[in-house]
Write a protein that binds this ligand. Structure first.
Ligand code: PLP
Length: 420
């Protein structure tokens, strides 16, 4: 029964019922955490072989992997990921762990030195980025940290609201847009071919506008279906803006989250530009880890086979989250949520104005959730309704308890609001 359709007495009874359920939840003394999209230890175990893979041939492509040098990363690993990401090997760099640091650095380099096609370092003027929301909090943190003003635009099922994007890029201070094209964080949205083509051909006031195309979940399917990412490099080149996109990816959620390999793809000019700056910062990436990855993964198919094993672990967890949301919240129509076909998150929208209350109630019952608003620029969800659920890390049994508890908190917060 929906809350709107209840009489005052029925609503009071419903509220009392939820208060009792919440009191019981608090009594249970839980200590659960569904905050961050980290792989579980079962998933990390899938790459245990990486730690015991002997790095026998020290020389790869003429480079002794134990030594300095080889700024572009090892060719055999780049070949595997060039195919998976649909980019030319020569336009793909392999780095250290954490693609986030490549994103951070590429923006810092732009701020300090400018980019190909630009006339001045970005720091010389105001810099604004379009921030599709809900989106990835660490993208927003980079902007905040570097003094880049974020302009939220709505993230839809097929990508950002392009009407809003078109209006904002008329401002020459707008230098970039964040895009997670495949199984976005947190909604699981996949940017359509059409939206990608529109982004590629946008008329922007800034000559040096960049698309930060963070393909963190390119091969992270949760079903048998694979959502192929749009070819943003090809689309931008065809539209006459070859330097517009910078693509990022990593093995953080393929092998070991803290000890993976990151990737950056772009036009030849962007790659040369990036290398010219990283050459000052480092004498080369960790090629021993790259060689271990190349040997352990073997081929593009080797990566896909490993991802299928991740899926076996992850899919039941997502199914559990969706089942509990639908059983507990569905009948009352107090929330909507996404049904992602890949990636690491479910995005839950509760009754407007209650997300912070839900997170607080959950915390007081021993369930840690990502702070309300985290998926919005400056942590401000204008409707205070969005909660990001990260099902991957806890074992299934703990996840089930956490989700049942979360559902109780959503219902209590909705009942409190309806009764107030
Ligand atoms: N990009 C997105 C969209 C993510 O969700 C995450 C992790 O949650 C990352 C990047 C982090 O990537 P990496 O581990 O390569 O720094």
């Amino acid at each position: 029964m929906t809350l709107d359709s209840l009489s005052r007495d029925q609503l009071d009874a419903f509220l009392a019922e939820q208060q009792q359920a919440y009191a019981d939840l608090q009594q249970a003394g839980l200590k659960l955490d569904i905050t961050r999209g980290k792989p579980s230890s079962d998933q990390l175990d899938l790459s245990e072989g990486l730690l015991t893979t002997p790095v026998e041939a020290h020389v790869s492509g003429g480079v002794d992997v134990r030594n300095y040098g080889g700024g572009t990363g090892l060719t055999e690993l780049r070949e595997i990921f060039a195919e998976l990401l649909g980019v030319p090997v020569g336009q793909l760099l392999a780095g250290n762990n954490a693609s986030l640091s490549m994103m951070h650095d590429s923006i810092v380099f732009a701020m300090l030195h400018g980019v190909p096609g630009g006339s001045a370092p970005w720091k010389d003027g105001p810099v604004k980025f379009l921030a599709p929301a809900p989106g990835y909090d660490r993208h927003f943190a980079i902007c905040e940290h570097l003094g880049i003003e974020m302009i939220p635009v709505e993230m839809r099922e097929d990508g950002p609201d392009m009407e809003a994007v078109r209006a904002h890029v008329a401002d020459p201070a707008v230098k970039g847009i964040w895009i997670v094209p495949t199984y976005s964080n947190p909604t699981g949205a996949v940017v359509s071919e059409q939206v990608a083509a529109e982004l590629a051909s946008l008329e922007t006031a800034a000559d040096d506008f960049r698309i930060y195309w963070d393909n963190a979940y390119a091969v992270h399917d949760l079903t048998e279906e694979h959502a192929k990412s749009a070819d943003i490099l090809g689309l931008c080149s065809a539209a006459g803006h070859p330097d517009r996109p910078l693509m990022f990816a990593s093995t953080s959620k393929i092998t070991l989250a803290g000890s993976g390999v990151s990737f950056l793809a772009g036009s030849p000019d962007n790659i040369a530009w990036y290398l010219s700056h990283t050459a000052i910062r480092t004498i080369g990436p960790d090629k021993v880890n790259q060689l271990r990855h190349a040997q352990f993964l073997g081929s593009p198919q080797g990566v896909l086979d490993l991802m299928a094993r991740h899926r076996e672990i992850l899919a039941p967890k997502f199914d559990t989250v969706l089942r509990i949301l639908s059983e507990r919240l569905g009948p009352h129509e107090v929330a909507t949520w996404t049904t992602p076909k890949g990636g690491y998150f479910v995005s839950l929208d509760v009754v407007d104005g209650t997300a912070s209350r839900v997170v607080q109630l959950a915390k007081e019952a021993g369930i840690s959730l990502t702070p309300a608003g985290a998926s919005f620029p400056y942590g401000k969800d204008p409707r205070d309704r969005n909660i990001r659920i990260a099902p991957s890390f806890p074992p299934l049994q703990e996840l089930t308890l956490a989700m049942e508890g979360l559902a109780t908190c959503v219902l209590l917060a909705a009942a409190e609001k309806a009764a107030s």
